[in-house]
Design a protein around this ligand. Sequence first.
Ligand SMILES: Cc1ncc(COP(=O)(O)O)c(C=O)c1O
Length: 374
Amino acid sequence: MKIREFGVEIWMNAYETTCRYNLAETCVESLTVEQLLEVAGVQETILAELLPMKLTYGAIEGSDRLRDAVASLYATRKREDITITHGAIGANALVHETLVEPGDRVISVLPTYQQHYSIPESYGADVRILRLREENGFLPDLDELKRLVGDQAKLIAINNPNNPTGSLMNKAMLQEIAAIADRCGAYVLCDEVYRGIDQDGTGFTESMADLYGKGISTGSMSKSYSLAGLRLGWVAGPRELIQAVAVHRDYNTISVGMIDDLFAAIALEHRDAILARSRRITQENLATLDAWVAQEPAISYIRPKSGTTALLKYAVDLPSRDFCVRLLESKGVMFTPGSVMDMEGYVRIGYANNPAVLKEGLARTSEFLAELKP
Ligand SMILES: Cc1ncc(COP(=O)(O)O)c(C=O)c1O
């Protein structure tokens, strides 16, 4: 079966290990094992848990301890409404694989993580794109969504907080989307991998899995929890959907690693401390980015409301890929070109990594922009 190449992944694989200033990374600066154990206060006890662990396949659908910890992120979901996956990438792939058949009408926002439109396209679905436009603050136009849904959509795929724009739909907007889906019985898949680090309020916006009977939320340890190395994610949603996902999951997952499952449970049980760190990093770094954008005449942006990324618009007459490659080659700074996420004219920055790298990377980008001027 043919599928389009995953633009962002190909770009990242080509450059992320050789660049000097990585402003393309989308995780909040990752934690070491030592930092995780320290935050959780389990340095003294962890070996007693690990050493007797017999490395079987473990609990197939995820341990009860982990699924309870994940369920506690939702107001209405219980252990049985959760299945554990290989990252959110595994969670999203499983949901699409479970729900989408050839000819099904699938609506996906764009820009977003490419899985949400390229996977259903590869299954022969009738994929309709709901463009998120800068003039709407990169939020969806719900009249347009109604038209695209018609009376026959099977699935609406959204992403909140959004990668790459950092836009954030509030509860009222999510409820409106649920109501539009409900008119034709469509599922709503909301990729919530960046949940928990809103710039304002508690950091948490409501989850689609709590707002709609056919609402499905995917999440993971990678971004707001700074633990991408665990490769651990989940699907939360209606029980019958979780059971249908399990049928597919048996063919490509079996279970996740027992050590990953344990570390993820420990992290979620101590999430307040982890998320406090993540929010401090994202808030302080966004202030750095904001100040830089304000004094850089060639750059403008819609200030992100959550997540770890933003789209920068650049007033330079270069395709985004050329812009990024020239910046990388001359200054060692890595952004992600808009072209690899179907957003030509922009570059994406991931601003939640090491503050010193962010500051130096931005300073070098200013030099690059100054040198481009005739
Ligand atoms: C919106 C979105 N969803 C899912 C993923 C996959 O995340 P992971 O598999 O690391 O949980 C990413 C990673 O960049 C993402 O940005």
